[in-house]
Write a protein that binds this ligand. Structure first.
Ligand code: FE2
Length: 326
């Protein structure tokens, strides 16, 4: 089966193409966040202007034409409404013109499944860390197979925290990756630390860190912010790993690109005899391939949706998405 996946939940318009689980293309175009953060209407306009070009690039990379597609998937949510609409409209137009089945995909499930797929894991505990989300999840089978959320942020996602801090410190680009670079050689300063069982909170840490700007070395603040946030995530993840007796641990989502977080999680996994899985960074960032991988599985299981029912859902939680299976 040859399936295209379209991702447009936030700053990235991504198009991936898979054939029987093999990724043939993963192309994208990314909105530059600047100093103002993301204004949904502006990001959506960017996506509208770039959608056809990115789809064309993906088809060229896969060496196929639109007419070769057997199915299409798109990100239904969660994400920013204006942005999700562009991806949904693009996918519905292709599905209607080619008369091919369409599958609405949960964005978080896409992030988890692409790492599971590429790392060859069977049933991992997943730490999903991105701008909008920070959750610990594990597959739950039964009459409604889904990813059960074992723990999550009480307020903002860890990626949102790092990006907001990067903008406040006027780092360029204003992403978490700039905080990671600036943290090199920094020394630890005490910061607020909030973990409740397997849940955590980042707003207190963000406020405190922002207040330190100008009063301490930039590298020390960045280092301490990262160490504290990642330690919180690691404490909760370790608790979940032991509770579920998992022998596989994966990290996914945009913040999974951070080398320090990967290093800390790998060390926890090793300590408990679990295998640690992470993938090439292009598959941690928002991407179309993850949507294509999940869409192909859904379509093979007959989980397509009529075009009229293909909407978007800004608050589509991972635990309300039915899984198609391996
Ligand atoms: Fe994402």
């Amino acid at each position: 089966m040859l399936v295209m996946g379209i991702e447009s939940s936030a700053h990235t318009f991504g198009v991936g193409i898979v054939r029987n689980g093999r990724i043939l293309a993963n192309e994208k175009s990314m909105y530059r966040i600047g100093t103002t953060g993301m204004i949904p209407a502006k990001v959506a306009q960017f996506h509208s202007e770039n959608a056809s070009e990115v789809m064309g690039r993906a088809l060229s990379a896969a060496k196929i034409g639109f007419e070769d597609l057997d199915g299409i998937g798109y990100t239904m949510g969660p994400g920013m409404g204006h942005c999700l609409q562009v991806g949904a409209l693009s996918a519905k137009t292709v599905a209607r013109m080619l008369r091919i089945p369409i599958a609405p995909v949960n964005h978080a499930v896409g992030h988890i499944e692409i790492v599971r797929h590429l790392s060859g894991m069977k049933d991992p505990l997943a730490l999903y860390v991105s701008g909008g989300n920070s959750q610990i999840l594990k597959r739950s089978d039964g009459h409604f197979p889904h990813y059960r959320v074992l723990g999550e942020t009480f307020d903002i996602g860890v990626g949102n925290m790092l990006d907001t801090f990067a903008r406040k410190m006027k780092l360029d680009p204003a992403w978490g990756s700039s905080v990671e670079k600036k943290a090199m050689g920094g020394r630890y300063m005490k910061m607020p630390y909030t973990v409740k069982g397997m849940d955590f909170s980042f707003t207190g840490l963000l406020t405190h860190s922002m207040k330190q700007i100008g009063h301490a070395k930039d590298s020390d603040i960045c280092f301490s912010l990262q160490e504290t946030a990642f330690s919180m995530l690691c404490e909760a993840t370790e608790r979940a790993l032991l509770l579920t007796n998992s022998k596989e641990l994966e990290v996914c989502g945009g913040v999974a690109q951070n080398s320090r977080l990967r290093e800390m999680l790998a060390s926890i996994a090793k300590e408990h005899g679990a295998r640690f899985g992470s993938v090439e960074k292009q598959y941690d960032a928002d991407n179309g391939a993850m949507i294509a991988v999940v869409a192909e599985r859904m379509l093979k299981k007959g989980m397509d949706e009529s075009i009229g029912n293909c909407g978007i859902s800004q608050r589509y939680r991972a635990d309300s998405a039915r899984l198609a299976g391996a």
